[in-house]
Design a protein around this ligand. Structure first.
Ligand SMILES: C[S@@+](CC[C@H](N)C(=O)[O-])C[C@H]1O[C@@H](n2cnc3c(N)ncnc32)[C@H](O)[C@@H]1O
Length: 211
């Protein structure tokens, strides 16, 4: 039998950090989520922290691998006006047809997926032509900064503790391979969580119709 202790720990940890995440990401989310279409896919929705940012009437599908996160997500969904479909799965292999969604959302997920390339390819595939992918992700700090050194030291333990979360990913470059014209803003927070203070916030539009 596999122990779900770490998965449970992470779900409870994220749940307890919701107030903090609302404070630091809230204003970016309000701006980005305003531009979403009617049919939305959120990958790695966690405890459902983003539910409150969707427009009333949004037809939302979420794909999330953690049963413990899904528990919190379901609780939150009961109190929301969103039409929600929850699917236990991973972003690397989405069980949807090509061109299915107006928009796709990831927040703090591309750090944790096994393959950014596979997930981004899938995001582009399931987006409708001209569909919008919005993201907020923490990323590797610029080289020679103190944060970069801290990331170097903490990366292995962080990855182990937070179930694969890699604090040193150059996610902007990965996104640009699939969304070359993406709008990507670098945002640095001055939070106590030093290893994850550097972020990218933005969106990409599916321009060419090949998946
Ligand atoms: C740091 S949490 C972020 C949760 C939420 N999006 C938020 O902003 O609070 C990372 C989430 O990604 C999920 N995740 C990890 N690997 C994934 C994968 N391959 N596909 C989809 N979701 C994944 C985790 O289960 C977890 O819910």
């Amino acid at each position: 039998m596999t122990c779900r202790c770490k998965s449970r720990f992470n779900a409870v940890f994220m749940k307890n950090l919701e107030w903090y995440m609302k404070n630091i990401y809230g204003k970016f989310k309000i701006e980005l989520f305003n531009r979403l279409g009617n049919t939305v896919l959120e990958i790695g929705a966690g405890t459902g922290i983003n539910l409150g940012y969707y427009r009333k009437g949004t037809d939302l599908t979420v794909v999330e691998p953690s049963k413990d996160m899904i528990g919190f997500l379901k609780e939150k969904a009961r109190k929301s006006d969103i039409k929600l479909h929850i699917i236990e799965g991973v972003g690397e292999k989405l069980p949807f047809d090509d061109n299915s969604f107006d928009s796709v959302v990831t927040t703090l997920v591309l750090c944790s997926v096994q393959s950014q390339t596979k997930v981004l390819r899938e995001i582009k595939r399931v987006l409708k032509p001209e569909g919008r992918f919005i993201f907020i992700e923490h990323v590797v700090a610029p080289e020679h900064t103190l944060t970069y050194s801290v990331q170097n030291v903490l990366q292995p333990i962080w990855k182990w503790l937070f179930e694969g979360c890699d604090i040193k990913r150059d996610t902007a470059s990965a996104i640009r391979k699939f969304f070359p014209d993406a709008y990507i803003k670098n945002v640095r927070f001055n939070s106590p969580f030093i290893p994850v203070n550097y972020h990218i916030v933005g969106y990409g539009i599916k321009k060419d119709h090949s998946a």
